[in-house]
Each structure stands twice: as C-alpha cells, then as structure tokens.
Design a binder for this molecule. Structure first.
Ligand code: 5GP
Length: 125
C-alpha cells in the first residue's frame, strides 16, 4: 500500500547514524533494529530503537505492511528495557507523531524512557 505522506529522506539523522556517518552510543543491534542512547536524554535512561533501512517516517506513515515490523520493534524494545535493568522500576515506550508531539526526526523510532518516576504521560505546561 502506498504511503500518502512526505517521502523518506535518506539523509535524516537516524539514517546517517545507521550508516555510521554520525557516532552513536549503541546499546543493542540485530539484523533489523539498532538501539542507541538519546543525545538529549529526557530520563536517566533514554534509548531510541529504530529499524534499519528505509523506514516509515513516523506513525502517520504506517500501513498494514508495517504491522509485523512494529510488533517486532515493540518486543525488541521490551527486551532492551529488561537488559538495561528497567523492568523492576518500570519504563515508558513512546512514539511521537508530528508537531504537537514534538517529532523532530522522520525515521520511525521508539523511545524507551526509565530510571526514575516519569510523571504524567503528557503535559501541555
Ligand atoms: P522525536 O522528538 O522525533 O520523537 O525524537 C527524536 C530524538 O532524537 C530526540 O529525543 C533527540 O534528542 C534525538 N536525537 C536527535 N539527534 C540525535 C543525534 O544525533 N544522536 C542521538 N543519539 N539522538 C539524537
């Protein structure tokens, strides 16, 4: 199914991280996903999980063809959270979409946030 949204930019920051053109502090990688620490962490532990290759730009670009990948990305994020020791205290998985959510990078990514009480899910303050 065609994605009726802005085209994928192969030079977005995460594509460049995948190509090792920009360094990253990787905590996990496999054939399909790479996870690395966020450069501007919003929690004591803040990791981003991204699929390799040309990915959906974000949630609004998802199609039924992405369902299996998104399921694997979510399960992979929970495994990484466990390996990072976040399970006992708890953690949050976040996908941002568009301006109101503050999305800045248009290569889908799942935030793993934890390491301290995180407060409300969203704030407009
Ligand atoms: P978004 O707001 O689009 O959901 O999340 C993008 C995230 O990427 C932000 O939390 C931001 O700090 C992070 N980020 C942006 N540029 C870089 C970078 O060059 N390296 C790393 N590790 N994270 C980045």
């Amino acid at each position: 199914m065609e994605r009726a949204v802005a085209a994928y930019d192969p030079d977005n920051i995460f594509a460049r991280i995948l190509r090792d053109e920009i360094p990253s502090d990787r905590v996990y990688e496999d054939d399909e996903f790479v996870a690395f620490r966020d450069i501007a962490p919003s929690a004591p532990t803040h990791v981003l999980v991204i699929p390799r290759g040309e990915a959906p730009t974000g949630p609004q670009a998802f199609t039924t063809e992405d369902e299996a990948m998104l399921g694997r990305m979510t399960v992979t994020a929970t495994r990484i959270a466990r390996e990072l020791g976040l399970e006992e205290g708890g953690y949050r998985l976040v996908l941002n979409n568009g301006a109101d959510a503050g999305q800045t990078v248009f290569h889908v990514h799942m935030h793993i946030l934890g390491g301290a009480p995180l407060g409300p899910v969203a704030s407009t303050a």
